[in-house]
Design a protein around this ligand. Structure first.
Ligand SMILES: [Zn+2]
Length: 149
């Protein structure tokens, strides 16, 4: 059976402040720049969710968009849209960076989708910032390749 992947795009707006007590005030500013502003700020995030699987012989589809949209809406969008990410319990010990956000969204959706379906999470934070996560297995593959290279 042929396999393919499908990417759906979603939007949410959220506030945050990038700051960690593990770094000094100077280091926070150096690492996070304007995102360290004490007053916080917002982003209009664009989220890409890529799922993979067999193409259904009857529908020609890998996934029902309605089903995927409902899962993403209930699991991610309703949780983060118009919220302050720094107040989300998942970020109690994590900075609200794009890197940590794509991993959290991956974990949240992985728990809702059948095994092997989730392929990649992409997240645009600003015009120039794009973050991507494809699970711990992808990281291991990358590490193995670089260690042999
Ligand atoms: Zn920011």
């Amino acid at each position: 059976m042929d396999k393919a992947s499908v990417t759906r795009r979603y939007h949410f707006s959220a506030a945050h402040r990038l700051h960690t007590d593990r770094l000094s005030e100077e280091e926070n500013w150096k690492v996070f720049g304007k995102c360290n502003n004490p007053n916080g700020h917002g982003h209009n995030y664009t989220l890409f969710v890529t799922v993979q699987g067999d193409i259904d012989a009857r529908s020609g589809r890998v996934v029902e968009f309605d089903t995927l949209d409902r899962i993403v809406r209930q699991t991610v969008l309703e949780r983060f849209d118009h919220q302050d990410l720094n107040h989300d319990p998942a970020f109690a010990a994590w900075t609200t960076t794009g890197e940590n956000l794509v991993i959290l969204i991956w974990d949240l959706l992985l728990a809702q989708l059948p095994p092997g379906r989730l392929k990649k999470i992409g997240l645009i934070e600003t015009r120039d910032n794009y973050f991507e996560y494809a699970g711990p297995a992808a990281q291991l593959t990358g590490a193995a390749q670089s260690s042999h290279g």
